[in-house]
Design a binder for this molecule. Sequence first.
Ligand code: ARG
Length: 254
Amino acid sequence: MKMLKTLAAAALALCAAATVQARPLAEIQKSGTIILASEGQYAPFNFFKGKQLTGYEIDVAEAVAKKMGLKYEWKTVGFDALLTGLQQDRWDLVIASHGITEERAKAATFTDPHYCSGGQIVSMKPEIAKAADLAGKTVAVQTGTSYLQHVKEVPGVKDVKNFPTDEAARSALSSKRVDAWVTDRFVAKEMLAKAPKAGFKTGDMLFIEKVAAAVAKGNQPLADAWNKAFKELVADGTVGKISQKYFQEDVTCK
Ligand code: ARG
């Protein structure tokens, strides 16, 4: 009997977890807590320092939530599952370096961008630096990213290898299993600064993008409230400070 009760309690708890909703703004405000989701494997934007989720996007999101008068709770899942999770009402907002694309905008509503960046070519050979140099070469990218999309469009690329995380794509390059890696320019900058002797060389930018948080498709009131709070935090210098902390420069869109 006791065992049955425990089982029933566990099943109830599971149901409660599964019904967490991408809720309308009023409902989030009423509960007092916004459910945020990120990946946690994309330094310096979102990553784990030991057990602590941290990074530019994490600090920004926490500051915005506070400004909105809300507490926050984080969920971390693989990059691939983040936007789908919005559609499944598993969390209220995703912040994980998603570039604003037409394709993604069909399935989710983007906030204003919290940084402007783009995909950059990284290799270990000086002769691989431009898009044209990728012809006949093997290129590593993270699955589901705008890097994958854009590398596919470069004429003559021999093979695009997909990895579940950006870090795995980077290790493929450092162990010379691929000729090049395409990643965010600030990720590349940070990596070069951390491991100046690793032999990585940054080449041209393949494309530029505006990076934003996303909410469930049509949840414009939540996006608006987020945007208002974010603007205030840009104006009072909070976002600038967070940016300096992680990048030693201002990464916001000018
Ligand atoms: N900015 C790129 C994109 O829009 C890469 C994002 C990767 N994000 C991550 N959390 N690994 O697809």
